[in-house]
Design a protein around this ligand. Structure first.
Ligand SMILES: [Zn+2]
Length: 142
């Protein structure tokens, strides 16, 4: 059995708190009084499991985020936008490296007179290119 479809809302009716879906009063969860006078919480196992799963999935999420309209669908949409930006930046970085001149092979003589002219003239560009290649490799792994 699957859980009650969203959206859910908290309703109060005659001072009783209920969880309702699609305008159905208390169909998700409501308190009742049994014939013996015992208070009973009426909820399906699927809805109870859904509540627990959602609470656990939102662990660490500030209440302000939920109050502000945070949703899993919104975060998913935001993540897709970030992935698209990453892909565009990755392609631009690959293109930039393809048209950039490679610095000459290292001819370091820092052991004689640090810093040597080779390191001063080309060390920065070698570092930048190595960093870009490393970032591209990491991005392609994800
Ligand atoms: Zn050097």
């Amino acid at each position: 059995m699957s859980h009650t479809p969203e959206p859910w809302e908290v309703w109060t009716s005659n001072s009783h708190i209920r969880i309702s879906s699609c305008g159905r009063d208390g169909d998700v969860c409501c308190a009742t009084i049994a014939s013996d006078g015992m208070a009973v919480l009426s909820i399906s196992i699927a809805d109870a499991e859904r509540i627990v799963a959602c609470i656990n999935a939102c662990a660490g999420l500030p209440q302000d985020a939920l109050d502000g309209g945070w949703t899993a669908a919104g975060i998913s949409q935001y993540a897709k936008k970030l992935e698209q930006q990453r892909d565009e930046l990755l392609a631009a970085l690959v293109n930039l490296l393809n048209v950039s001149d490679e610095p000459p092979d290292s001819n370091c003589s820092c052991h004689i007179s640090p810093p040597c002219n080779d390191c001063v003239d080309n060390g920065g560009m070698r570092e930048v290119i190595q960093g870009a290649r490393s970032a591209i490799a990491k991005a392609k792994q994800s």
